[in-house]
Design a protein around this ligand. Structure first.
Ligand code: MG
Length: 158
């Protein structure tokens, strides 16, 4: 087994869509980024890449490259899965936390788990998505940014 860890942050601005774990969530503010700025998927990508010792998301999908502008992050995660599988690994499980003051993420977790389990090729029970606020403290608590953490286990295919 190999462990991996990923973290990602994006700024929040009004009048932008908010994607979390491949699901569009109704929100006054959305995340700013070169891609669709899906903070949860980016943290998962970095955890998977880290576990396989394949570098990081910025190495594989540069934010300077116009071909990734506005890209659906589910496509990035599918590409990461190809890299991970090519190196001989499959996903054991992931455990992620999204830090967002508002709106509540929890009502969307069942749909997020459906989307991610399909891409990660695991059962729903292997995808843990948790949500927390930042208790109104600093830029996250002031709804200026969103953050996600993820750990994962990969197992080497026989
Ligand atoms: Mg990101």
């Amino acid at each position: 087994m190999r462990i991996g860890f990923g973290v990602d942050v994006h700024r929040l601005e009004k009048n932008r869509p908010l994607f979390i774990g491949g699901v569009k969530i109704p929100s006054e503010k959305g995340a700013v980024g070169h891609s669709d700025a899906d903070v949860l998927i980016h943290a998962i990508c970095d955890a998977l890449l880290g576990a396989a010792n394949l570098g990081d998301i910025g190495f594989h999908f540069s934010d300077q490259d116009p071909k990734f502008k506005g890209i659906d992050s589910k496509i990035l995660l599918r590409n990461v899965m190809v890299l991970v599988k090519d190196k001989g690994y499959s996903v054991g499980n992931i455990d992620a936390t999204v830090v967002l003051e508002n709106p509540k993420v929890n009502p969307h977790v069942p749909m997020i788990k459906e989307v991610l389990s399909e891409i990660l090729e695991v059962n729903l029970d292997e995808v843990s998505i948790k949500a927390t606020t930042h208790e109104k403290v600093d830029s996250f608590g002031n709804q200026e940014a969103i953050k996600s953490y993820c750990v994962c286990l990969l197992s080497r295919n026989a």
